[in-house]
Design a protein. Structure first.
Length: 198
């Protein structure tokens, strides 16, 4: 795994990306970068009134991701990293959530910032079907996520597939539907083995 200095674990909402990133960080002594969404005051408002709050939500996430990744990845050049998000996810969620004219403006901001963020050496994409995503979302019980629809998750899933296939980046796709790497150590070892032999 040492050949990958900067690893990103990605996947839909409820796919287990944060859990896996934490486990890889602990097991392989990597600097952990977790998306900081809890302090975003627009997020619960967005789920209640998406049309009103989508644009400020997406801009605030873009700024937060940019500052966090630029600070971490450039300040510690000798470290190895694992993160639970890809900077490009900003564009994916904006495409799903914003109106066309808002997305055009957003894309301009994104392209100005994107050039400063290093690309990951490996993306681990956790693919999971919608029913299992919904089960995980329900299990973790975040109030603002309780009304996420299957259609919304399907649109995010399609967006991930497109952005990753078009990216030209090194993507390891893992079907994680039958894996519980948090509770089952053999499942975690299976994932690590996939990474090591990729």
């Amino acid at each position: 795994m040492d050949q990958y200095k900067y690893i990103v674990v990605e996947g839909n909402i409820g796919s287990g990306k944060t859990s896996l990133a934490k486990m890889i960080s602990q097991e392989h002594d990597r600097e952990l970068i977790l998306e900081e969404f809890a302090d975003n005051t627009f997020l619960p408002q967005f789920y209640n009134q998406p049309e009103r709050y989508a644009f400020p939500l997406e801009l605030s996430f873009l700024a937060a991701r940019y500052h966090q990744l630029k600070k971490k990845l450039t300040a510690l050049p000798l470290k190895t990293f694992v993160s639970d998000y890809l900077f490009d996810k900003s564009l994916l969620f904006a495409k799903v959530n914003l109106k066309e004219e808002e997305f055009g403006l957003y894309r301009t901001f994104f392209e100005l910032l994107e050039r400063d963020i290093p690309k990951p050496d490996l993306i681990i994409y956790l693919d999971k079907d919608i029913a299992k995503l919904q089960a995980n979302i329900e299990k973790r019980g975040r109030p603002f996520e309780k009304d996420i629809s299957n259609t919304y998750l399907e649109n995010i899933q399609i967006g991930y597939e497109k952005i990753l296939s078009d990216s030209g980046l090194n993507v390891l796709k893992i079907n994680s539907g039958e894996l519980d790497f948090v509770k089952n150590e053999s499942h975690f070892k299976k994932v690590i083995n996939r990474i090591l032999t990729y």
